[in-house]
Design a protein around this ligand. Structure first.
Ligand code: ZN
Length: 288
């Protein structure tokens, strides 16, 4: 069976303070290193300001990546968000979402949120206009950064196919199925299956390429059913405090690596070994 790529999403933009969420570049880099040692081949990075709010700060991204790479043995794949600060309802400039990708070498993967929707109730609009996504896709091609298509609903999968057909993004394509946001899909095995059925349908009709890989995560208590569904369906998995802070019912997680350790255990118990970063590069078709 194919090896499992584990992504650790360490911080996120909106997980509240008061849990063990790493916030500073030093804390995030340390957790990234520990997750890599535990078996994560990709770390997905967001930054926080001094008040603990999500911020798109290229200096903080740069410093975090520098500190991760200060561990000479650490070859973890760096995946940065393109959405993580205030103004994601479209009031913030496109430039603030692109700058770290333009300036920092060594970012191999970047998020590409394939549509606009209401994020929670209450909550804002998560705005990803076609203009923004076209610019983002062009920048990723120019910089050799692989887009990770974060899809929260079925229609977003189809939208990715349209960007592919227009040449905004190139195959092979990698999806991150993001389940459990109010405004998107629920977190049962059925929803995972529906998304996979949609991918297969679009491939069969020539609206997605054959070369597709995918990973999935569920938010909050949905993290376990989605993780097990993804493993059973041959997909890759994402864990971490961006998505969930409870290790189990009523038990707060101590750190991100705890989630990675469990993901490694259950994947091996299932009969799937864990991909190293270089194996993940091979699977995803990353340029070294
Ligand atoms: Zn994220």
């Amino acid at each position: 069976m194919a090896k499992t790529i584990i992504t650790a999403a360490l911080t996120g933009a909106i997980t509240p303070r008061g849990y063990q969420v790493p916030e500073t570049p030093e804390q995030i880099a340390q957790e990234a290193y520990e997750c890599w040692k535990a078996g994560a081949s990709i770390v997905h990075l967001h930054m926080r300001d001094d008040q603990g709010m999500g911020v798109m700060d290229p200096v903080k991204f740069y410093e975090t990546i520098r500190l991760i790479r200060a561990h000479e043995d650490c070859d973890v794949i760096i995946n940065c968000t393109s959405s993580g600060g205030p103004g994601l309802d479209g009031t913030r400039s496109t430039q603030s979402r692109l700058e770290h990708f333009q300036k920092i070498p060594d970012i191999e993967v970047g998020s590409f949120d394939a549509g606009t929707f209401n994020w929670g109730i209450p909550g804002g609009i998560f705005s990803n206009s076609p203009t923004f996504l076209t610019t983002l896709g062009g920048l990723y091609q120019e910089r050799g950064i692989k887009p990770e298509f974060e899809v929260f609903d079925l229609g977003m999968i189809r939208a990715v196919g349209v960007y592919w057909k227009k040449g905004v993004v190139k195959a092979p394509l990698h999806f991150q199925l993001c389940l459990g946001v109010v405004g998107g899909m629920d977190t049962t095995p059925r929803e995972v299956q529906e998304m996979l059925t949609e991918i297969e349908h679009l491939q069969a009709t020539g609206n997605l390429p054959r070369e597709v890989t995918w990973s999935a995560f569920g938010i909050g208590k949905g993290h376990l059913p989605v993780m097990f569904s993804a493993l059973a369906n041959g997909g890759h998995i994402r864990v971490g405090m961006e998505d969930n802070v409870m290790y189990s019912k009523g038990v707060l997680a101590d750190c991100n690596a705890q989630f990675v350790e469990r993901a490694v255990r259950v994947s091996r118990e299932f009969g799937r070994e864990i991909a190293t970063p270089d194996e993940a590069r091979e699977i995803l078709g990353l340029k070294k």
